[in-house]
Ligand binder design. Sequence first.
Ligand code: ATP
Ligand code: MG
Length: 444
Amino acid sequence: MRNKKDKDDGMLEVIRKYTAEIGDSDIGKTVKLYGWVHEIRDHGGIVFVILRDREGFIQVTVPRKKVDTDVFKTVKKVHRESVIEVIGTVKAEPKAPGGYEIVPQKFVILNEADAPLPLDVAEKVPAELDTRLDHRYLDLRKPKIQAIFRIRHCVLKSVREFLCEEGFIEVNTPKIVSTATEGGTELFPISYFEKEAFLNQSPQLYKQVLMAAGLERVFEIGPIFRAEEHNTVRHLNEAVSIDIEASFIDHEGVMNILERLIKRVYEDVSESCSRYLKWLGIELETPKIPFKRLSYDEALNIAERKGESIPWGEDISTPALKLISEDMPEFYFIVDWPTKSKPFYAMPYKDKPEICKSFDLMKGYIELASGAQRIHVYNLLVKRIEECGMSIDSFGFYIESFRYGMPPHAGWGLGADRLLMAMLNLKNIREGVLFPRDRNRLVP
Ligand code: ATP
Ligand code: MG
């Protein structure tokens, strides 16, 4: 449709343009625009309508004396946020936003919006996040909000491109599963015909089985479901995870892939989303690699020094992470976690089995990714499952795949929503998710 010549009523042959495409070369020409009525300023004999489309704004100037009577009548009665089609002549107008105005020959209301609006798209009246999410289709009409999702699109595109270049194959694993990935809690049960099933909390087990299948390098971008009850600014009950698994590589190898991926995503977003970053007032700085590696023990020492002590072996609490992050302004890894603090499939160090070859990627106090070299040796895996108080019977197809030629492998899971949150300094993860799911939010 874009830039194609449309015959209009057999009368006008005009080019459809986006607002952002209007330039000096269009002055004096007739163009067609589709969009929404962002603002109306009615001065009696002249009405200014700001048309908003996906790419920006333009002023439609409607002087009674210079336009068709029907056009003027239509403009007089249009409501904000109605969908319109405008065909008109482009003029330079330094006082108009963007520097151009359109004087319409045709002004059609394609669909009239009711008044008043449940949410002010022009943002003259600020709204709480909850109200905004309740009327997300209106909230998303705001250019700043659309900018977030234009950038999200670019992030995911960049991730795909990078991983494909690195020899990864994109896969889709089931989201309806019969057992837990990492033990019984945090799962959403669903009824599955005569059986009970669950929504998958992670593609972990399937990714590993695909290593046994010889695919060597796989990635998946898909939903993960966590029945966590906590209500924080960084947790959702449905999130999108970017997962990789690779054979013949250790934890260091996949950390290297992860930091190069992050750098690449920042570069791609800086390059192709400069307009949207500007709408958001963000100057993106590409992070330098390699990222700092902080051992779990060092992290605990920093926290301890600042008055927050964590018993060795436990997960690092949010208050402790906040203290640690004061010393770590850039992306950083926390490595060499206690084996008992990580899932059963993380590979313990041979000479020091109480710690394992695992890592978390952090930005500030927020965890963006977790990964590890995995156990590929059947007997060791069985031992670890049992030590974690689980039964190998519930790991049927998974455990079997380790008996018949499982290569050494490693991988990670990176939260896409968390990555966007970190990149755009979003105060709440929900800002970067179209229709977030949390304990209180199931609609829309
Ligand atoms: P956290 O400790 O922050 O709750 P986790 O260690 O439970 O996270 P993992 O199981 O390691 O999470 O999942 C890998 C990644 O997936 C996390 O680093 C995070 O980026 C993302 N992720 C996990 N759970 C959630 C969630 N509830 N909401 C949003 N993102 C999540
Ligand atoms: Mg984790």
